[in-house]
Write a protein that binds this ligand. Sequence first.
Ligand code: ADP
Ligand code: MG
Length: 263
Amino acid sequence: MSSYEVLSRRYRSLKFNNIAGLLSELITQAEQQELSYFQFAELLVDKELSAREINRRKLYLKRAKFPCLKSLEEFDFRQQTTISKKQINRLLDFNWIDNRENLVFFGPSGIGKSHLAIGIGLKAVNAGYKVLFMNFQDLIEYLDLGLAQNALKERIKLLVKNDLLILDELGYLPLNKKSVYNIFQLVNSFYETRSIIVTANKDFTQWGEFFIDETSATAIVDRLIHHCHIFAMGGESYRLKQQMERQSRFAGELKGLSENSPN
Ligand code: ADP
Ligand code: MG
């Protein structure tokens, strides 16, 4: 075994796995660039820390379970005039996560609620927060099954390990009593301890419809909105707009074809 390999193993035994794998390369770099002892010591620790940070991001990104990767950079604020870039950028210091506050995005289908929630979630992952994305219906099933298996508390405990839970598409179908109870338990556990982003088609006044009754809905909504930034979004569906544009382009192309046709 070469002396490099022996040294590498010793680094690995101290869990400096990243520099262990780059040892000969880093030593060559130090020799070529005639680094001082201090600069070399700094180079080693910089390499280890930056590689660990990249690995952490990869891991948190995988664990966040985003359904797709939609970035805030891709979000066209000219198309969504009920919300400003400034408002969203202000959230990127993540003071609201540190202060255990929530975000709620309301509005009709297709206007970019999920896109914004994912974009903010991605930035939060990069900033070092543990994030989990869940479709609301999947959360209901996850908690209902937990209750049936006498494991509701454990499941909620697992969810509370995240700094931020993104609940997408709150309510379409009315829930049964047990599911409402489970949601209340979850929201109660997150209240003032963790943050939630909710995207919803309907505003709070209509939440009684799927949380069965006004009392349960009020108990849940109260905890959600006590410390909360609410974004009421409006406008046309982006999906619909794109589809209409595609269709009119297609119609224009057809017209062009028929006008240019020899017959
Ligand atoms: P919602 O959750 O409000 O129903 P989505 O976020 O799923 O809507 O948006 C529907 C589609 O339109 C997605 O592909 C999304 O990326 C895109 N989209 C919506 N609004 C915008 C926007 N302002 N800029 C860029 N893409 C957008
Ligand atoms: Mg959506």
